[in-house]
Design a protein around this ligand. Structure first.
Ligand code: ADE
Length: 225
C-alpha cells in the first residue's frame, strides 16, 4: 500500500509515521508513506495558498490552483484508488471503512485546513470525505494520521500476530473484552479464575460474554446496528 498525504504542515505528520507499527510497516517494505508540502505548489514568489471566501465570512479558504497542481502531479505518476479529503463534514470514519480502505493499493489524502478547500477541488478530485469524529481539529493532518494508522495495521504482514487485528475492538461489532497479565494477584485484586483455568472453550465463552456486556454498557448503539 502507498499513501500520499498532501498537507500545509508536513512537520505535524513526521511523528506518527516515525515510530511503532507504522515505522515497522515501512521498514518491512509493506507500506510507503509520502508527505507532500502544499507550499511548494503555492502561487507566485510568496507561494500563496489561500484567500478570502467569496460571499464573506471569517476564515481563509485554500485556493484550487495549488491543490490541483499537487494532485495532478501525483496522478500523473500513478493511478489512485481513492482520493480522500479529511474534514469534519465528511462521513464518520469507522472500522468497516478502515477494513475496506486497507485493501486499496494507492491512496491520496488531502488534509483540510483553514475554513477548508475550495469546493471545486472536492467536486473534481475527491472520492471520499472522512471525518474522524464529531469535533473540530485545527486541521486535517491529525485526522490523516489517524486514518492512515488504522489502515496500515490491517495490511497483511504488518502485525506480527496476524490474529491480533481480528480481535481488536469493533472487528466483530463489539468492544474488546478486558485483558490481564501477571501478577495473578495485585494489590488484593485477582485475575478472573477462568483466565487461569487453561480451558480454551471456557476462556472464549468468558471473553465473548464480557465483550457483549462491555458493549451493552458503553456502546449500546453498536448492538443496535
Ligand atoms: N479536520 C478538522 N476536524 C476534523 C475531523 N473531526 N475529522 C477530520 N478532519 C478534520
Amino acid at each position: 500500500m502507498r499513501i500520499d498525504i498532501i498537507t500545509l504542515l508536513p512537520k505535524l505528520l513526521e511523528g506518527p509515521f516515525a515510530a511503532s507499527i507504522c515505522r515497522r510497516a515501512q521498514d518491512k517494505g509493506l507500506v510507503e508513506v509520502h508527505i507532500h508540502d502544499l507550499r511548494s505548489y503555492g502561487l507566485g514568489d510568496s507561494r500563496h495558498l489561500d484567500d478570502y471566501a467569496f460571499g464573506g465570512g471569517a476564515g481563509m479558504v485554500l485556493r484550487p490552483e495549488p491543490v490541483a497542481a499537487c494532485i495532478d502531479q501525483l496522478r500523473s505518476e500513478r493511478t489512485y484508488d481513492e482520493v480522500i479529503y479529511t474534514s469534519p463534514d465528511g462521513r464518520r470514519f469507522d472500522q468497516s471503512q478502515a477494513n475496506e480502505l486497507s485493501l486499496k493499493r494507492n491512496i491520496m489524502i488531502l488534509c483540510g485546513h483553514y475554513k477548508g478547500v475550495d469546493q471545486r477541488i472536492r467536486d473534481r478530485f475527491i472520492t471520499r470525505e472522512i471525518s474522524i469524529g464529531d469535533y473540530v481539529l485545527s486541521g486535517g493532518e491529525l485526522a490523516a494520521a489517524v486514518l492512515s494508522d488504522a489502515l496500515i495495521r490491517l495490511v497483511p504482514g504488518v502485525l506480527n500476530d496476524e490474529s491480533s487485528a481480528l480481535t481488536d475492538s469493533f472487528q466483530d461489532g463489539l468492544l474488546a473484552p478486558p485483558v490481564y497479565t501477571r501478577p495473578a494477584e495485585w494489590e488484593g485484586m485477582q485475575v478472573p479464575e477462568v483466565l487461569r483455568s487453561g480451558d480454551p472453550k471456557a476462556i472464549e465463552a468468558w471473553r465473548d460474554q464480557q465483550a457483549i456486556e462491555r458493549t451493552r454498557v458503553r456502546r449500546p448503539d453498536l448492538l443496535d446496528q
